[in-house]
Write a protein that binds this ligand. Structure first.
Ligand code: ZN
Length: 256
């Protein structure tokens, strides 16, 4: 056991963030909501923080506020893939809202993979980017005839999934990156999540939905204060889009 611990410590020591950085922070916003454009983006831009916005492409904001999403991309934010129709498994608890034609339980792996591929083409038309990351709608992985996420690896630099953070960055699988779906979190909970990542020199991946509105929201003041706290500690926390962090993590893992 002693020997294995030493090996583990040695591997962890090899992964390095840029100078002085003790943890990376990936902020993400799912579902292309109005409150992202109205509240989250102005606050992020105020501090020069880049985030990842996982666009559901049938969201009304894609049609009504397309120029604002294009501007967000030009400002350095990532427009991530969150599918076109947001299919989820209707058979799971509290899923009565899932429409029958978007029920992942009845979609084949081939059908959902085609939808996700088409979403990438749609996003290419919005921001001109050929590489991006993915967050599965509802965090689901199982379609009618199997796990569809395993078929998506060639399409994405990385995929984020709900799960407990890893302490060893060398062990992180970018196509199964754990994230926290933060629903109405307190400021202290958000800080503690980042501090826990700092303890291990790892990644704090946080996913929001509404910001001061819409649904599953974080309070707007809590969000604002959290960004201000990250700004006060920018010498030790690297706040960046998930795709930029993923490229850095991949490069570090490849070196060692
Ligand atoms: Zn979603």
């Amino acid at each position: 056991m002693l020997c294995m611990c030493l090996v583990s410590m040695q591997v962890s020591a090899q992964f390095q963030w840029p100078d002085g950085i003790r943890a990376a922070v990936s902020l993400a916003y799912d579902d292309a909501l109005d409150s992202h454009l109205d509240t989250a983006l102005p606050e992020l831009n105020r501090y020069g923080f880049h985030a990842s916005f996982y666009l559901t492409l049938n969201s009304p904001t894609i049609k009504t506020r397309l120029n604002e999403w294009r501007l967000a991309a030009r400002q350095g934010h990532e427009l991530g893939n969150h599918s076109i129709n947001h299919p989820c498994r209707a058979s799971l608890p509290e899923r009565s809202w899932v429409e029958p034609h978007n029920n992942l339980d009845t979609l084949s792996v081939a059908a959902i993979v085609q939808e996700i591929h088409n979403a990438n083409v749609f996003l290419l038309a919005i921001d001109g980017e050929t590489q991006r990351t993915f967050t599965p709608p509802c965090g689901d992985s199982r379609a009618q005839d199997g796990n569809y996420l395993t078929q998506l690896t060639p399409l994405f630099v990385a995929i984020r999934r709900q799960g407990k953070p890893l302490s060893d960055m060398q062990q992180l699988q970018l196509h199964d990156t754990p994230t926290w779906f933060a629903i109405n979190p307190s400021l202290q909970e958000l800080k503690d999540y980042v501090k826990a990542a700092e303890t291990h020199g790892s990644l704090a991946s946080i996913t929001f939905h509404g910001v001061g509105g819409d649904y599953l929201a974080v309070d707007a003041d809590v969000h604002k204060q959290f960004l201000a706290w990250l700004d006060n500690h920018r010498d030790r926390y690297w706040v960046e889009s998930f795709i930029t962090l993923s490229r850095y993590i991949h490069a570090q893992q490849s070196v060692h």
